[in-house]
Design a protein around this ligand. Sequence first.
Ligand code: ADP
Ligand code: MG
Length: 211
Amino acid sequence: MSDNFLTLGIRREVNSFLQQMGITEPTPIQTKAIPMAMAGKDLVAQAQTGTGKTLAFLLPILESIQPDKPYIQALIVTPTRELALQITKEAKKLGDKLAVNVLALYGGHTLHKQVNQLQNAPHLVIGTPGRLLDLLRRKKLSLSGVSKLVLDEADQMLQMGFLDDVEEIINQTSSKHQTMLFSATIPPKIRSLAARYMERPIDIRVQTTNV
Ligand code: ADP
Ligand code: MG
């Protein structure tokens, strides 16, 4: 029998929402990463673009969030506004049904609005490095309750010169958190970031297949 989301540890309720969205079978990166992520392991996951990395971290995060606790429990850092919006869209589709409050924080002219939205006690924040740091420095954002941190598309964050910002964000996140890094490629600087900030990270790799 091939893996389905239930055998990976996803709740029936969430599995049926996924089915309604036409998502019935996990992709290879999801099959490998979800059980490790749910077990609380730090991980470095490499798989090419378009292979379903977003749900590989979103589903474990949604399984772990306790909606009755009104603070930020998970943070996803992603390089661009477009990616932040895409992830937020997927997160809200499921989050709305699970009473999980999702907030996107990215650059633009909406700082004031985002500061207000932070008063609504989001459980899950998806943000770009610059805006997250800005809000942290203004003391408008607290990451002291974050137990799951995702660094998404880490190679793009490196290329865009965001690694120092990312390090500062990691340093402002509660000391006891799980860190999961997802990337299409793992250049040496990303590998060394992982070595410095992760505890015995599990390496997960899905080979590129030529179709
Ligand atoms: P990546 O981050 O690896 O580039 P995404 O997470 O953005 O890829 O996923 C690419 C597309 O595949 C999205 O449209 C997403 O909804 C879809 N997708 C993800 N997982 C599955 C799945 N298990 N079955 C079908 N489609 C999926
Ligand atoms: Mg992605």
